[in-house]
Ligand binder design. Structure first.
Ligand code: FES
Length: 151
């Protein structure tokens, strides 16, 4: 086995150090099925070097705002649940880029709405676009939708 042999196995401490995460994070990721270990004859965890790429994938996906459930879903969709390769990352990161662009646009809109709140403080359901994000009551009809309604 060489230093870069993907089938080489590491202790949890070595694996965590190489992945740049705490051992508790490795155990947590494993409990969620994001990384896998093998067991020694003495029932100790060992991690294949190739699993380091899964941790990198998880961390990168989290950096762009994906939840661990979404990351797991992406990893579970890989054929044979293999370790994500360069092509997988390119494909998924392109999808996530579009999502990030949508989130940036939403935050810019929110920032503009918040500008209207500066110096106001009303937090009015009717007037404040930040309090009433997306005008949640608009679908119920025109005019005030809170308070007593007659049947
Ligand atoms: S607090 Fe008055 S408009 Fe938002």
């Amino acid at each position: 086995m060489t230093e870069h042999d993907p089938h080489a196995v590491l202790t949890i401490g070595d694996f965590a150090a190489r992945a740049g995460v705490a051992t508790s994070a490795v155990r947590y990721y494993e409990s969620l099925g994001l990384v896998a270990s093998v067991r020694t004859g003495g029932n100790q965890r060992r991690y294949r070097r190739a699993e380091l790429r899964r941790v990198a994938f998880v961390r990168a996906a989290q950096s762009v705002g994906l939840s661990l459930d979404e990351v797991k879903d992406a990893l579970d969709r890989l054929p044979g649940k293999r370790v994500p390769d360069r092509a997988d990352w390119l494909r998924l990161s392109a999808e996530w880029r579009r999502r990030l662009e949508g989130e940036i646009a939403r935050l810019k809109d929110l920032q503009e709405d918040l500008d209207g709140c500066v110096g106001c403080g009303c937090l009015s359901l009717e007037k404040c676009a930040v309090y009433n994000l997306g005008d949640k009551l608009a679908a119920d009809g025109p005019g005030p939708q809170r308070g007593f309604k007659t049947a």
